[in-house]
Design a protein. Structure first.
Length: 376
């Protein structure tokens, strides 16, 4: 009996041990097969486990697209009013309105007898002083010859030397006065300061002009260089942000249907006029072939979306908002990667938010990003 009892456990153990070993190996291999693969994410990326899910929404780009039209006026690139610097009578005038003139062309001549008589008087004084100088020079030569023989005093010789210097000084002063007189006489001829057209004339042959008249409306001519024109516009402050120097604009003028001038902004005042809330801008264009007159009224237009300063706005669901590093942000998806983007909110409602941001071409935004696990 004892031998029989002892043999049964040994046979049972020999059967159970291999079965238990196989079961343990099978269980361990099953556990190892279910262990998830670990993925390392960027510092600013979202960590996601295999059991987490999220929803996404499209990011909508909103452009402030408008056609802005403003009144304009054309002006000559150069324009000047010509005044008289001498008083006298108009003895000759050579141009009329619309005439083309070149730089330094004589437009009119003024007669001033007094200034010419003064020239003759100065010339006579110069001749008198030169004769006085010659006499002093001869006397000084004689005295110096006698001084060697001790026949004249040193004081007399020094006096003649001083008189000779005075004659030279008087002659130099008279020559300077003569140069000033000739300069004034050059003002008797009214000349064109630059090439252009006579656009206004306020004198006729025989008119008396007065150089001492302080009124600014007493000019003789107005000349304008219309080979190049500039467009003058006053931009409301609400539209200034869309414009900068170099931006394209289109201009049309009343009475010139079908003519569209495409040019660029040349200058901006950089200051808003307080009384009107507008800023002055200028845009130049070549008028050589167009031959347009200055002073035309018209319309300047530009597309806000095509300007270099055009602002891009984005719209996303309100549930896409989150915070990152103390700033309002969204989580965008690009090429399967998730990243935080700082935003500046412009407006928001119960459903959507409109904002500006330096976004890349992201594909989607994650909704309810706070429900996900973030990298610490």
């Amino acid at each position: 009996m004892l031998n029989l009892v002892n043999r049964k456990p040994r046979k049972l153990a020999s059967v159970l041990v291999p079965l238990l070993t196989s079961f343990i190996l099978l269980a361990s291999s099953s556990v190892m097969a279910k262990e998830p693969t670990r993925v390392l994410l960027n510092k600013d990326s979202l960590e996601e486990s295999a059991v987490q899910h999220y929803q996404t929404a499209d990011l909508i780009q909103i452009n402030d697209v408008r056609q802005v039209s403003l009144p304009i006026i054309s002006r000559a690139i150069q324009s000047a009013k010509l005044f008289s610097r001498m008083s006298g009578f108009i003895t000759a005038q050579y141009v009329e309105i619309g005439d083309k003139v070149n730089k330094n062309d004589v437009l009119a001549v003024i007669d001033d007898p007094e200034v010419k008589a003064q020239e003759q008087k100065i010339l006579a004084n110069i001749a008198s002083e030169q004769a006085e100088k010659e006499l002093n020079q001869l006397n000084l030569t004689r005295v110096e010859q006698l001084a060697n023989s001790k026949l004249v005093s040193d004081a007399e010789r020094d006096l003649l030397r001083i008189m000779l210097r005075q004659s030279n000084a008087k002659i130099d002063a008279l020559k300077s006065e003569l140069a000033q007189n000739l300069q004034r006489q050059s003002f008797l001829s009214i000349r064109a300061p630059f090439s252009g057209y006579i656009v206004e004339k306020n004198i006729e042959l025989g008119d008396l002009v007065n150089a001492d008249n302080p009124q600014t409306d007493t000019y003789l001519y107005r000349i304008a260089n219309t080979q190049k024109l500039k467009i003058i516009a006053y931009v409301p402050q609400s539209e200034i942000k869309f414009l900068t120097v170099g931006d394209n604009i289109n201009a049309t003028f009343t009475g010139y249907d079908g003519l569209i001038i495409n040019t660029q902004i040349t200058r901006m005042a950089k200051a808003v006029e307080e009384s009107t809330g507008t800023m002055l801008i200028e845009a130049e264009f070549d008028n050589t072939s167009l031959n347009l007159p200055s002073g035309l009224r018209g319309i300047m237009s530009f597309d806000t979306a095509q300007q270099s300063n055009a602002q891009v706005y984005w719209q996303a669901p309100i549930s896409a908002l989150t915070y990152h590093q103390g700033n309002t942000a969204i989580v965008g998806i690009k090429d399967g990667n998730k990243r935080f983007y700082k935003i500046n909110i412009i407006s928001q409602s119960t459903k959507n938010v409109v904002f500006t941001s330096k976004l890349e071409q992201i594909e989607k935004v994650i909704l309810n990003p706070n429900a996900l696990l973030f990298n610490s």
